[in-house]
Write a protein that binds this ligand. Structure first.
Ligand SMILES: Cc1cc2nc3c(=O)[nH]c(=O)nc-3n(C[C@H](O)[C@H](O)[C@H](O)COP(=O)(O)OP(=O)(O)OC[C@H]3O[C@@H](n4cnc5c(N)ncnc54)[C@H](O)[C@@H]3O)c2cc1C
Length: 321
């Protein structure tokens, strides 16, 4: 088998998930888009070869098995199948690996047909796996970026093949489908639990905030403003907020439209995971720190006082003063 790579992108209603474009770029423009309205999906990277598989509603087990039926040859001939590490990708990747009886290398930060680099222990360890046998890997969104910004392309314009997977397909696997993960209902995103990588507005807290209760106040403000809450590593190390909320090179890579920081210095390990927000607002006592320099609006003030003041202005909770 010649070493090769192929991106497998779960698509819902024509939407490519966070990290989808990077995954296609990582695979040199070879991709399978599977899901609903795949022909309408917009991809912002150079497509060399794309197969569209219309598969209806999200059922990752059925999709994985169905992919083997409609594109078994392409898949079998590919050494490294790469799935974006988006929420849907993290459901699809393991099922694809199980169906193909291949090892899964989850949370990769760099992938070639010869080696897959993954981070472990909250980013403290980096492991390089040489590819000696076919594998499935998930690529963390945001870590690779796109080398150049290309015009969005509608997938259908470049399609090399189109396939359809009906709900009853997957042959003898039909019974197993009943036990598969199925979408019962799609709820509005819960900002307290939304995957930070997909949040359009993020409020970030840093060591300038003086205690865990200040973060509880910040949670209420974030919910009210329709933003997700993130933090720096100093804060997650203190256990004031879960590690899943850590933004940065050893946490989550995000790309919001708006980022509001309170008491964050803007160390490179934090800002490297910030993506390119359209607007950044920061509150810090040090006007010269990197976070303030990056900001569109830099407010020189005590972040704790601003948090309390904002809480009052928004009429949230009880206040003494
Ligand atoms: C291998 C490695 C990986 C790392 N990965 C990450 C990562 O993924 N994410 C991450 O965030 N960090 C990461 N770090 C840590 C990073 O280097 C910084 O230490 C961290 O981002 C700093 O967090 P901070 O801004 O909250 O704290 P500090 O750097 O201590 O900054 C606190 C800021 O608050 C301001 N301040 C103080 N008092 C007030 C006040 N009353 N009001 C307003 N502002 C105030 C200060 O002026 C300062 O700018 C990593 C470090 C290493 C070595």
């Amino acid at each position: 088998m010649t070493p090769s790579m192929l991106a497998v992108i779960p698509v819902r209603d024509g939407l490519v998930p966070a990290g989808g474009d990077e995954t296609i770029a990582e695979c040199g423009g070879r991709a399978i888009l599977i899901g609903s309205q795949t022909a309408a999906a917009e991809v912002c990277t150079g497509i060399v070869e794309v197969h569209l598989v219309e598969a209806g509603s999200f059922e990752p087990g059925r999709w994985a098995r169905g992919l083997l039926e409609v594109l078994g040859r392409e898949i079998a001939d590919t050494t490294v199948l790469v799935v974006p590490g988006s929420p849907d990708g993290r459901d699809l990747g393991p099922r694809l690996a199980a169906c193909l009886d291949r090892p899964l290398l989850a949370g990769a930060i760099s992938i070639t047909a010869e080696r897959v680099v993954v981070v472990r222990a909250g980013g403290a360890e980096v492991h390089t796996h040489l590819v000696h046998e076919p594998v499935v890997a998930t690529l963390q969104p945001g870590v690779r970026g796109l080398e150049q910004h290309l015009e969005p392309t509608i997938a259908a314009e470049r399609a090399t093949g189109s396939h359809r997977l009906d709900a009853g397909d997957a042959g003898e696997a039909r019974d197993r489908v009943r036990r598969d993960a199925r979408v019962l209902e799609v709820l509005e995103p819960d900002l307290a639990t939304i995957d930070l990588s997909e949040a359009p507005r993020i409020i970030g807290g840093g060591a300038g905030l003086d205690g865990p209760e200040r973060f509880e106040t910040l949670v209420e403000i974030s919910e009210h403003l329709g933003a997700a809450l993130g933090a720096t590593r100093v804060i997650t190390d203190r256990g004031w907020i879960d590690h899943a909320k850590q933004i940065g090179t050893t946490g989550v890579t995000v790309d919001p439209d708006l980022y509001i920081s309170f008491g964050v210095s803007g160390a490179v390990q934090h800002t490297a995971g910030l993506g390119s927000p359209d607007y950044i607002i920061s509150v810090n006592t040090d006007p010269h720190c990197p976070m303030m320099q990056l900001s569109d609006l830099a407010i020189v003030s005590d972040a704790n006082a601003v948090v309390d003041h904002l809480h009052r202005l928004l009429n949230l909770g009880e206040h003494d003063g």
